[in-house]
Write a protein that binds this ligand. Structure first.
Ligand SMILES: C[S@@+](CC[C@H](N)C(=O)[O-])C[C@H]1O[C@@H](n2cnc3c(N)ncnc32)[C@H](O)[C@@H]1O
Length: 317
C-alpha cells in the first residue's frame, strides 16, 4: 500500500485560508489524501474544534492513522455520502468543507494502482481498492459505443472512435490486463502527437474518471455541502481539469443566484429570494513558484463560496 509515498499538497495555504477557520469550528476535509490540508486545518483549530476527514482510498485511510489528535476523525467513505457520514457522527451543521479533487500523487506513483502509463502494471485504476470494477474488468466487456462516449466525453480525445474500435479488436485477440497493453493499443491509433504528452494520456484520464465515477460523485456532494454548512460557512473546491471545474463553477453560480423574477413584478429588491451561496472572490490558481516546484499545481483551480443565511428552498434542506 502506498502509505509512505509523498503527496505535495496543492494550494495549501490558499485553500485553508479560504475556509476562514474558527478555532471552535467543525470542518470537513472530504479528500484526505495524505493530509496536507487536514494538518494545517488542525494547526489552526482550538481545543474544542473538530475536523472530520473522508477518503475512499484504503491507503489514504491507513496514512491517516499517523494523526492521533483527538479533534480528528477519519472516515473511510466516498464524499458523495457526506450527509450520512455526518449524521452517523451526530453532526448537523459544519463551518467549512474542503474538496481537493482527483487523484493523489501516491495513487499515480505506485505502479500497482494501475493509474499510470509510466509503469507496466495491472490495469486497476480504482481509488477505492476495496470495491468496484477494475479498469481491466470494465475494458473486457464495455460496448464499443460506451468506450467511444467515455473516451470522447471524459478524455476529450478526438480519436475516441478509432481508439474504441482498436480496443475492441485488441481484446478479441488477448485480454487487456495491463497499463502497457492499453497504452500500446492507443498509441497505434492516435496519429497526432500533442507536445510532451503520451498519446494515451487522454484515454487513461477518461477511464479513470469513469471507473471512479468522479464527475457523478462531485455532482452528488456539492448540494450536500450546501445542506450541511452553517450560515457563513465556507465551501472550497480545488479541481484539476475543465470537466470538474465546469461542474463546480456552474453549481456555485446557480446557487448564488436568487430566484429569477419577472422584472415587471411589483416586488422590492429586498423581498426577492436570495441564493444559498455567495461567491467569494475569483477563481484562484497556483503561482509560478508553486507550479515550478509542483507541476501538478499547473491545472489547479480553487473556487470558494460562502453559505448565506436562509436562501431559496432552505425550507426543504
Ligand atoms: C488530490 S488528493 C487530496 C490530497 C490532500 N488534500 C493532501 O493534501 O494530501 C485527492 C484524494 O481524494 C480522494 N478522493 C477522490 N474522490 C473521492 C471521493 N469521491 N470520496 C472520497 N475520497 C475521494 C482520493 O482517494 C485522494 O486520496
Amino acid at each position: 500500500m502506498s502509505v509512505g509515498l509523498i503527496h505535495t499538497t496543492v494550494l495549501l495555504h490558499e485553500a485553508v485560508e479560504a475556509l476562514q477557520i474558527k478555532p471552535q469550528g467543525i470542518y470537513v476535509d472530504g479528500t484526505f489524501g495524505r493530509g496536507g490540508h487536514s494538518r494545517l486545518i488542525l494547526q489552526q483549530l482550538g481545543e474544542q474544534g473538530r475536523l472530520i476527514a473522508l477518503d475512499k482510498d484504503p491507503a489514504a485511510v491507513a496514512a491517516a492513522r499517523a494523526i492521533t489528535d483527538p479533534r480528528f476523525k477519519l472516515v473511510h467513505s466516498g464524499f458523495e455520502n457526506l450527509g450520512s457520514v455526518l449524521s452517523g457522527l451526530a453532526v448537523d451543521k459544519v463551518d467549512g468543507v474542503l474538496l481537493d479533487l482527483g487523484v493523489s500523487s501516491p495513487q499515480l506513483d505506485e505502479a500497482e494502482r494501475g493509474f499510470s502509463f509510466r509503469f507496466d502494471a495491472p490495469l486497476d485504476m480504482r481509488m477505492d481498492t476495496s470495491s468496484g470494477q477494475t479498469a481491466a474488468e470494465w475494458l473486457a466487456t464495455a460496448d464499443e459505443s460506451l468506450l467511444v462516449e467515455v473516451i470522447r466525453d471524459y478524455g476529450e480525445d478526438r480519436f475516441a472512435k478509432q481508439i474504441a474500435r482498436a480496443l475492441v479488436a485488441a481484446r478479441k485477440e488477448q485480454a487487456i490486463l495491463t497499463t502497457r497493453q492499453l497504452s500500446e493499443v492507443v498509441a497505434k491509433v492516435v496519429r497526432t502527437r500533442e507536445p510532451g504528452k503520451n498519446p494515451a494520456t487522454r484515454t487513461f484520464q477518461a477511464i479513470r474518471i469513469y471507473i471512479n465515477r468522479e464527475l457523478e460523485e462531485l455532482a452528488l456532494v456539492l448540494p450536500q455541502c450546501v445542506g450541511c454548512l452553517k450560515p457563513g460557512g465556507r465551501l472550497a473546491v480545488i479541481s484539476f481539469h475543465s470537466l470538474e471545474d465546469r461542474i463546480v463553477k456552474r453549481f456555485m453560480r446557480d446557487m448564488a443566484q436568487g430566484d429569477k423574477m419577472p422584472v415587471s413584478l411589483p416586488i422590492r429588491a429586498a423581498d426577492i429570494p436570495q441564493g444559498k451561496l455567495k461567491l467569494v472572490g475569483k477563481a484562484i490558481q497556483a503561482g509560478a513558484e508553486e507550479v515550478e516546484n509542483n507541476p501538478r499545481a499547473r491545472s489547479a483551480v480553487l473556487r470558494v463560496a460562502e453559505r448565506m443565511n436562509g436562501g431559496r428552498g432552505d425550507e426543504g434542506g
